[in-house]
Design a binder for this molecule. Structure first.
Ligand code: XLS
Ligand code: NI
Ligand code: NI
Length: 441
């Protein structure tokens, strides 16, 4: 078996003082934090599409800039097999326990669906074989129902019923192979489930069809005994002008409206939250308080750009607050932190992909450590409890327990007069957060 990433060995943990770019500074997989190892807490995953498919292209440089060790392989199936090997080598060297893929990432599309599915089966066999002597597992599988021309008008929300059927066939197969490979989740990202203009759009039919599609998917998962989590990944736009799965709140409302909330959870991506004008923590919080935070696409955007830049997450402030939400929900069950992230176009060497992942893993490891202390010390919890204490007794308790209506509240107000307010103390809390991040506290 040939080695693809020559010159890169198993990435060691060397600690915060290390100058070695091919070593972890904070991610120490076996370090125990609150009864679980870092590896168990963080459940990192490599995204097949960004790492083994992407070419570093953009709208002005379609061919891409990336140099990859598999560039000389011509035959599409040989290339697909090579990338399986590359994926396992990459994950094993990084010590990343999971990977994620779209059906079309692992096997190239053929002329007919039947042929395409045969190709998928062949590659899946190869992956299964490789899994036998590797610790690397599948975090989630998904379908690419957005790149091919047939999905121009959408997949489940296309105006063409034939496309709805095609997308369903694709999800059916992708779900089967995800199960076959022991995948722990299945993701739905509706890249083209949205619209460009309302002038040609039957929004009601499209939304109803999307619900029908998801309901069929949940039925099929049950039928084949797929016991992984089904996840919806919100994103407000790009490639469509408006995507129906706009943000966590919109998706949760949609699922509840259609009686689907028992079957789906959410896969929250940092850069998608910010595109929706929310912080990453906001969308995680919305999902968490609804018991629907399933998994995370770990990346970061560029707040000065209006699109999904999918950068490796290096902002400790963000990773801390993200891990705060994860710890507050009691940690991941089947989900994890999937690096839906790509190196910049100018970082075109294979080793840059290691640097990107190491940077992201270290940033989340540090975020986990800080967040754990914040939770343990009850820093925000104590303040928040105090801030809302008026609901624990008296009229507040009556409101919460449904014992007061407008008449009682008016009587209360007439008797007590002007409410006394307390300060929100935002600046103090932000300063304390900095003390925790900088470990001066
Ligand atoms: C694109 C999405 C995509 C999903 C999987 O913006 O993040 O990569 O995670 O289809
Ligand atoms: Ni994503
Ligand atoms: Ni994205």
């Amino acid at each position: 078996m040939s080695e693809f990433f020559k010159g890169v060995g198993k990435i060691p943990y060397e600690g915060p003082g290390s100058d070695n770019p091919l070593a972890f500074k904070y991610y120490n997989p076996d370090e125990v934090i609150g009864g679980k190892t870092m590896k168990e807490h963080l459940r990192f995953s490599v995204a097949y599409w960004h790492t083994f498919q992407a070419r570093g292209g953009d709208m002005f440089g379609m061919g891409g800039s990336a140099l990859r060790p598999w560039d000389d392989i011509q035959d599409p199936m040989d290339l697909a097999y090579a990338k399986v090997e590359a994926c396992f080598e990459f994950c094993e060297k990084l010590g990343v326990p999971f990977f994620c893929f779209h059906d079309r990432d692992i096997a190239p599309e053929a002329d007919t669906l039947r042929e395409t599915n045969k190709r998928l089966d062949l590659v899946v066999e190869r992956i299964k074989d490789r899994m036998k002597n590797s610790p690397v597992k599948l975090l989630w599988g998904t379908t690419n129902a957005f790149s091919h021309r047939r999905f121009t008008h959408g997949a489940a929300t296309s105006n063409h019923a034939e496309v709805f059927a095609y997308a369903a066939s694709q999800v059916k197969k992708a779900m089967e192979i995800t199960k076959e490979l022991g995948g722990q989740n299945y993701v739905f990202w509706g890249g083209r489930e949205g619209y460009e203009t309302l002038l040609n759009t039957d929004m009601k039919l499209e939304l109803d069809n999307m619900a029908r599609f998801l309901s069929m998917a949940a039925d099929y998962a049950k039928e084949i005994g797929f016991d992984g989590q089904l996840l919806i990944e919100p994103k407000p736009k790009e490639p469509t002008k408006h995507q129906y799965d706009f943000d966590a709140a919109t998706v949760i409302g949609f699922l509840k409206q259609n009686g689907l909330d028992a079957y789906f959870k959410l896969n929250i991506e940092a850069n998608h939250a910010t595109l929706a004008q929310h912080t990453f923590q906001h969308d995680l919080r919305v999902a968490r308080i609804n018991n629907m935070l399933g998994s995370i696409d770990a990346n970061q955007g560029d707040l000065l750009l209006g699109w999904d830049t999918d950068q490796f997450p290096t902002n400790i402030y963000e990773t801390t607050l993200a891990m705060y939400e994860v710890l507050k929900m009691g940690g991941f069950d089947k989900g994890g932190l999937n690096f839906d992230a790509k190196v910049r176009r100018a970082s075109f060497e294979p080793v840059d992909m290691f640097y990107g992942h190491i940077a992201g893993m270290d940033a989340f490891a540090k975020g986990l450590k800080v967040a754990y202390r914040l939770v343990e010390d009850g820093v925000f919890d104590k303040f928040i409890k105090e801030r809302y204490k008026s609901y624990e007794t008296g009229i507040g308790k009556d409101i919460v327990e449904g014992k007061a209506g407008f008449r009682e509240l008016e009587a209360y107000t007439l008797e007590h007069g002007e409410p006394q307010l307390s300060s929100g103390r935002q600046e103090v809390l932000e300063a304390i957060l900095n003390q925790y991040i900088l470990e001066t506290k």
